[in-house]
Design a binder for this molecule. Structure first.
Ligand code: KIV
Ligand code: ZN
Length: 385
């Protein structure tokens, strides 16, 4: 049996930081329940110190949801940790996620500090969080640009202080997959107590590498992945859950499994898009409008002969009813016949060829060809019969 990859959803925290995507408590509860249905293991419900509304959302989500672990974010600051702990008081399983910047940029320019002080603050924060909850996740912010040796040092110290999960964020989406994978490998090889904690990925998408980096992390030993639905998040977004889950499902050599009920992916994606007022790009992998739409003649003919000629995923697996054969000026006769058949019009040979020529003339001047257009094109054949 393969090892489990823990799915940590941060749609309600990192995802919700996107301008215009804010949700109220009621809406967040709807999302949290949908995430529970989807089968996520951990819901990062918010950053409670950030506002009374966010505090209240974490509190209410903790009451409304029972299976997933509920996680609250805090900086490595006592007050943050106390408020996070308070917001989790009704959670059946609560986790505090605390941490600090670890790259030279963050240490020098953001925190105006030095490496020794950063390690000390990290240890203090983890120990303090541990005095409230058993499950403490430590994040090493901007780990993607950190010095490996320092990263290993702070991760080791955080685990010694009681961290159950160590999160290695590529906060700025800087890494290439090989680099991110190498960071995880380095930690596995150089942190003496690494087996006492789960390593987590948390990748941003600034270079479009978030999914690839997450998978590289998993291939090198990470066993938790931090993800959002539709990949929403700061700037270019976080790693998209649907992409990671389906990549793992398609590639058995990535020897992990998740508990995600994949057939709920599409409806969850729609829900988030609607509530957050954030459209999904049509060509978005897995959940975009065109993800299972075939429009060129060669592809349409191939997919009509055998679905797997051009589809690596059965759309039903992610909750999409069926793939679509779109009629455009690039469509072939097979696609036209498919649509005519579905309208109950069976044409073959010369008749089909003739209608196809008329169809191409129409398709060159009109983007969307629908059933009405088709029926008018075949009108004379219907009249003759
Ligand atoms: O990207 C990041 O580093 C974060 C941390 C707060 C976990 O979101
Ligand atoms: Zn982030």
């Amino acid at each position: 049996m393969s090892e489990k990859l823990w799915i940590f959803d941060t749609t309600l925290r990192d995802g919700e930081q996107v301008p215009g995507c804010q949700l109220n408590t009621k809406e967040k509860i709807v999302v949290a329940k949908a995430l529970e249905e989807l089968g996520v293991d951990i819901i990062e419900a918010g950053f409670p110190i950030s506002s009374p509304g966010d505090f209240n959302s974490v509190l209410e989500i903790s009451k409304a949801v029972s299976n997933p672990i509920i996680c609250a974010l805090s900086r490595a600051v006592e007050k943050d940790i106390e408020v996070a702990a308070d917001s989790l008081k009704y959670a059946k399983k609560g986790r505090i996620h605390t941490g600090i910047g670890v790259s030279p940029y963050h240490i020098q320019y953001k925190l105006r500090s030095n490496p020794d002080d950063i390690v000390e603050r990290a240890v203090r924060a983890v120990k303090y969080a541990k005095s409230f909850v058993e499950d403490v996740e430590f994040y090493a912010e901007d780990a993607g640009r950190a010095e490996h040796e320092f990263l290993a040092r702070i991760v080791e110290a955080a685990i010694k202080a009681g961290a159950t999960v160590v999160n290695i964020p590529d906060t700025t989406g800087y890494c290439l997959p090989e680099q991110y994978g190498a960071i995880i490998r380095y930690l596995k090889e150089n942190v003496s107590n690494i087996d006492k904690a789960i390593i987590s990925t948390h990748c941003h998408n600034d270079l479009g590498m978030a999914t690839a980096n997450t998978l590289a992390g998993v291939q090198h030993g990470a066993r938790q992945a931090e993800l959002t639905i539709n990949g929403i998040g700061e700037r270019a977004g976080n790693t998209s859950m649907e992409e990671v889950v389906m990549a793992i499902k398609c590639h058995h050599d990535i020897d992990v499994h998740t508990n995600i009920r994949t057939e709920k992916i599409y409806e969850t994606s729609r829900l988030i898009s609607k509530l957050m007022n954030m459209p999904v790009q049509p060509n978005k992998a897995i959940v975009g409008r065109n993800a299972f739409a075939h429009s060129s003649g060669i592809h349409q003919d191939g997919v009509l002969k055998h679905r797997e000629n051009y589809e690596i995923i059965d759309p039903k697996e992610v909750g999409v009813h069926e793939s679509s054969i779109v009629l455009t000026a690039r469509s072939g006769r097979a696609a036209l016949k498919f649509h005519l058949d579905s309208l109950g019009v069976e044409l073959e040979g010369d008749a089909l060829r003739e209608v196809y020529e008329d169809f191409l003339l129409l398709a060159d001047s009109k983007r969307d060809i629908g059933p009405k257009d088709l029926l008018s094109l075949v009108g004379k054949y219907l009249d003759d019969s």
